[in-house]
Ligand binder design. Structure first.
Ligand SMILES: [Zn+2]
Length: 377
């Protein structure tokens, strides 16, 4: 989701990631296949560690496809949009989450063996300065560091902010030939070196919660629904691509799916952060799933918002309601005649390396998707 909240980001860099315990990419035993989990929380913690920079989502889509119920008639198009439907008739409900994350792409390999990059999706270059990164090459992962600028240590010189053109990845090699010998090529995706920070009381902070949490919630919900239970309507579960660079996957699928109601499942940028002003978009973490009334791209009609609220109450699902900024994938289904009703979890530190989410909110969001898929008529 496109975000314009620059002011609180740099503050996060200052206080961010020092003390908390963390876990990295857990090495799997050779040939050990973990039984797919129905827990959105467990699926989330696997999904956020998989690279999926916009236009490079295939590994994330492979992971989701491999965990769909075996009898599912899944479809996957040339863009890597993935979907399947249960039930038939109308209304036609579509639950959608995006598999891509913001990140970088190799633009040039310099004669010194360093990499120049370009951004993919709305992000803040200054977040990367001095951070470890991973380049996903044809030969596998190659680690590097985002070189800080020469004057980074002159605190009081307040240099102009770090721009894309200032970015240079140091791989520890001294020329282009050696960089290429590692398998690096122009166009390779690059992310921060991913790790999950386990905070207190069912909270984690990490990269790509936006929108792997939506992907995990829809996947867990799809695994809990028996297709035969869906009668008198059609329900489609969709994982689309390229949301962060212009909703291209959603635009493509909006033409194909003929939806009556679309439920994009994506982050709600809450101001439940220590340094934020609470007068706008304040929905506390841990207090329930979110029904997003108004955002920068859509106003969900009161009549249908009321229906979501009633179904949530009928299932005793804690539901918060709020308005926020940013767009959502459902907005491009509206010109095709669909009603856009965005569902979310309260998230903070959006588009940083420490997006924060609460376990209960994700679980309640998953329960809400199951309830809507079954009860909506
Ligand atoms: Zn998003």
């Amino acid at each position: 989701m496109k975000i314009k909240f620059g002011f609180f980001i740099s503050l996060i860099l200052a206080v961010g990631l020092v003390a908390a315990p963390f876990s990295c990419q857990a090495p799997k035993e050779e040939g050990e296949e973990k039984a797919p989990s129905d827990s959105a929380w467990e699926l989330l913690q696997e999904l956020v560690l998989i690279p999926g920079v916009s236009t490079h989502e295939e590994e994330v889509v492979d992971f989701i496809q491999a965990r769909l119920p075996s009898e599912t008639k899944v479809q996957r198009d040339e863009m890597d949009n993935l979907w399947f439907s249960v039930g038939k008739g109308s209304p036609h409900l579509v639950f959608v989450a995006h598999t891509d994350e913001t990140g970088l792409e190799v633009k040039e390999i310099t004669s010194q063996g360093t990499l120049k990059v370009k951004g993919r999706g709305g992000f803040f270059p200054q977040m990367y300065e001095g951070y470890p990164v991973v380049v996903y090459t044809k030969n596998g992962e190659v680690e590097g560091v985002m070189a800080p600028r020469s004057h980074y240590h002159q605190r009081n010189s307040s240099p102009p902010s770090f721009q894309w053109e200032d970015m240079e990845i140091d791989l520890g090699v001294e020329n282009e030939h050696k960089a290429r010998a590692l398998g690096v090529g122009v166009g390779d995706p690059v992310t921060i070196k991913k790790k999950i920070v386990h905070l207190q009381s069912d909270l984690i902070a990490t990269r790509a919660v936006d929108d792997r949490a939506g992907c995990a919630a829809i996947l867990a919900a799809a695994r809990r629904i028996d297709g035969d239970e869906i009668e008198g309507k059609k329900v489609t579960f969709l994982w689309d691509v390229q949301e962060e660079i212009g909703l291209y996957g959603a635009r493509h699928m909006a033409q194909k799916l003929d939806a009556d109601f679309v439920f994009p499942v994506d982050t709600f940028v809450s101001s439940d952060a220590p340094l934020d002003n609470k007068r706008f978009a304040y929905l506390p973490l841990g207090k329930g799933a979110v029904l997003r009334g108004i955002d920068s791209s859509n106003i969900a009609p009161q009549r249908w918002r009321q229906k979501v609220i009633e179904i949530a109450e009928a299932h005793h699902i804690p539901l918060q309601r709020g308005n926020t900024r940013g767009g959502n994938d459902g907005s491009v289904f509206v010109p095709q005649g669909a009603v856009d009703i965005p569902l979310s979890w309260p998230g903070v530190y959006s588009h940083t390396f420490i997006e924060k989410i609460h376990r209960q909110d994700l679980e309640n969001l998953t329960r809400l998707i199951v309830a809507l898929a079954k009860d909506w008529e």
